[in-house]
Every structure is written in structure tokens, then in C-alpha cells.
Design a binder for this molecule. Structure first.
Ligand SMILES: [Zn+2]
Length: 282
């Protein structure tokens, strides 16, 4: 797989995201524990496996810049609307403090990273929601960044790839968060009307307002193995319909079997699959 990492002159937030992966040379062997099987494996084995557990195959959450580095051709990454910060439209108690913690943890100012770059020589617009920042929840800034990137793709007639990961609406922004569903969906509709190719790539977890808007509107819908994908959580559904849900309900494999997801794509095949799809459609 290619990487866009050809210089060390990235902004601090990019360096933070990639630091664990590429930049830092460890003096001692470093082990990473899997949250699913609790087994430890060498960091370099995790790296070789694109942060899929070398023991049990569990998909670890990865940063937005790292994901972009796995799909974009070397040296072609160019960020769109970088540095756009969250707003606090409802002056929600403690919201700003919570945002600060998320930024310290991830190096990101917000949950969405939008960029242009080339995939196998084809210029694309790529949007990544980073589940490590506030569960990738949809704030007004996330919605605005997504909308602007989609509009850019429409204007420049570029294929659009969106990696969704979201816990749903950003509660602290109330109705301003919910409005993003209509806004992003309308931007995708205009993109469709202009004849663009939109590949929606669902990663763990994709839920709530993101599922109910742009994540479900792809011409082609791909998903990572084992990802939770749905609108409401299983407990809410069971309490509403008073029935037990089938096993594996809302996981990518179940959704592939029932036609909601076109193909499950392992992380190691992500870039090649995207190249193939783009070439088929251009
Ligand atoms: Zn594991």
C-alpha cells in the first residue's frame, strides 16, 4: 500500500496521528494489547497488519490521517478546510472542556478530516470521520466540513469517498447537529444529480444521524469487517418492537447478506478495491 508520508513537515495534528505509526522509532520493543482478545502483540506486527489484531483479527480504530495515508498516493494529500474548529452554539455546560480533552487525545480540532488526493493516479475527494474524536459524532462543524468537501467534489467533478464512523448526533449541539443530516444529504443529492461517483465506506461504528444521512446514500456501499452499522442501538430496537433481534444484527456481515452493504473490504484490500471501483466508473 502507498503512503503519502514523504516528508516530516506535517502540522502537529498530523504528526500526532501518524506518530505512533511511522515517525517514532522505539528504543525498546513496544507491545499493544487488543481490546477484544486482551492478547498483546508487537507494535510492528500491528503495523504490518494495518492495526487489525494479529491474534484475533479485531479491527482497532485508526486515525483519520493514518487511514488517508493507507489509500492516497504518495505526496498527493492536500487537506481541505483544515483547522475548522467546533462551535458551541448552545453554550452547553462543559462542552468546551470536553472538546479540549478530545483535541489533546487525538491532535484533531474536529472529528472530520477532508482532503483531496490521488488514489492509483485518480484524483478524488476523501472524507474521514475519526471515531477517536467524540465518537465521530456529527457537530455543526463536521456537517459543514462534509458539505464543503462534497460541494468541492461536485464542482471539480471528482469521485467522492467517505469513510463514516459515528456515534450519531453531537448531543451538545442539539438541533444544530440534527440540521446537518438534511444539509449533508442535500449536498450528496446535488453531487448525484451532477453524475458523480460516491463510494460510502462504513467503519466501526456507523450509527445515528450519520447512518440516516450521507453514509447510506453511496452509489456503492463498502464496510470494514465486524463494524456495527445501524440507526438506533439494538437495545432501543428490542424495547420498541418487543422482539429479540437475530444474532449478528447490525454487523457488516449481516448487512452484506441482506443487501445493505455491497462488499466487506478488509483494511489490507482497501486501497486496491477503491482503485478498481474508480477505474470501473471513469
Ligand atoms: Zn485480538
Amino acid at each position: 500500500m502507498g503512503t503519502f508520508l514523504d516528508s516530516l513537515s506535517f502540522p502537529a495534528r498530523v504528526r500526532k496521528d501518524l506518530g505512533e505509526v511511522f515517525l517514532k522509532k522505539d528504543k525498546e520493543p513496544v507491545f499493544i494489547q487488543c481490546k477484544a482478545c486482551n492478547r498483546r502483540a508487537l507494535k510492528q506486527d500491528w503495523q504490518k497488519n494495518y492495526y487489525v489484531c494479529p491474534v484475533c483479527g479485531h479491527y482497532r480504530a485508526i486515525g483519520a490521517y493514518y487511514r488517508l495515508s493507507l489509500i492516497l498516493d504518495k505526496g498527493t494529500f492536500k487537506e481541505l478546510n483544515e483547522g475548522m474548529e467546533p462551535k458551541d452554539p448552545m453554550s452547553f455546560p462543559e462542552y468546551r472542556d470536553k472538546l479540549k480533552v478530545q483535541t489533546e487525545k487525538t491532535g484533531l480540532p474536529e472529528a472530520a478530516v477532508t482532503a483531496t488526493g490521488k488514489v492509483g493516479g485518480h484524483k478524488v475527494v476523501a472524507i474521514v470521520l475519526d471515531s477517536r474524536f467524540f465518537m465521530g459524532s456529527m457537530s455543526s462543524t463536521v456537517g459543514e466540513k462534509v458539505t464543503r468537501a462534497v460541494e468541492y467534489a461536485t464542482e471539480k467533478k471528482l469521485p467522492l469517498i467517505i469513510f463514516s464512523a459515528s456515534g450519531g448526533a453531537r448531543m451538545q449541539e442539539g438541533i444544530y447537529s440534527l440540521m446537518q443530516m438534511a444539509k449533508t444529504a442535500a449536498a450528496i443529492e446535488e453531487f448525484n444529480a451532477a453524475g458523480g461517483l460516491y463510494i460510502s465506506f462504513l467503519t466501526h461504528p456507523t450509527t445515528g444521524g450519520v447512518t440516516a444521512s450521507f453514509a447510506s446514500l453511496g452509489d456503492i456501499t463498502l464496510a470494514e469487517p465486524g463494524a456495527l452499522i445501524g440507526f438506533a442501538g439494538p437495545r432501543v430496537i428490542e424495547q420498541t418492537i418487543h422482539k429479540k433481534l437475530p444474532k449478528g444484527f447490525q454487523r457488516s456481515e449481516y448487512l452484506e447478506a441482506h443487501g445493505f452493504v455491497d462488499k466487506i473490504v478488509p483494511r489490507s484490500e482497501m486501497r486496491d478495491t477503491l482503485i478498481q471501483l474508480i477505474e470501473l466508473h471513469t
